[in-house]
Design a protein around this ligand. Sequence first.
Ligand code: NAP
Length: 267
Amino acid sequence: MEYRQLGRTKEKISVIGMGCWGLGLSRDADEWAREIASVRRGIELGMNLIDTAERYSSGRSEELVGEAVKDCRDEVFIATKVAPPNLHYDAVIRACKDSIKRLDVSYIDLYQVHWPDPSVPIKNTMSAMERLVQDGLVRYIGVSNFSVSETDAARAALAKNDIASNQVEYALTNRSVEADILPYRVRERITLMAYSPLAHGQIARSIPGDILQKYDMTPAQAMLNWVTRSEQVVAIPKAGNIRHQEENAYSIAVRFSAADYEKMPSG
Ligand code: NAP
């Protein structure tokens, strides 16, 4: 596994992490056990970045992540999110404590604002985030689905901390962040956490066979290799089954040449 620095911090996170949307959606305990086993296999393979949210499966995703990491909490980097309507100061504090309880941990590594909410002054949300850092409940602050100007406003609202990451949709077949969000992140050294990097499971069909053969990769692996080619990007594919998790972990075992990255189709 390859690791990259989180924003301007000294923290090292795996270039391929594990997205946990959908974990715990089923009511079937066998399915939960499979999902936990998949996360544990990812950890074994060096994927230390785990992304969840209070919203995912009404909190059940956080509970399953907690179960998966209970004997290795300090080896992993847990990112979770607070969502509207919880962006007012008191609600952020309460939501964070609830997430900590569901995760069954004593701190969250990266606490992210899931979506911006223009009806809540960003200063209000960011002051709560800084309070959580000061109290040792959160280590780093991140955002998600923030534009460049929204990120600037969040950074300006922070007194002692900086925004470490922005989680946005980015995949071979969806490159809209390349217009302004990606260049801004690279310039400002803010990690871009690429969500839905496998296009929600709609794996690209038009990747040239010669590239797949040359690097001995599946199309899904080629998508992850491509999306993480920049130093400022990490990706969080979701894999509910172990075979997918393993495939994703090995997606960056070798790097494509710059010329081959150029040949990767967007459709
Ligand atoms: P994704 O990662 O692009 O795709 C997930 C789908 O791809 C699942 O159906 C999965 O199947 C399948 N898959 C995984 N590995 C595969 C492989 N090697 N080969 C073939 N298929 C494979 O989509 P996503 O779940 O939307 O996004 C990933 C994560 O990003 C989420 O879990 C969440 O953490 C985050 N996210 C954040 C936001 C936000 O607003 N911040 C929005 C969406 C997502 P199996 O499950 O059967 O393995």
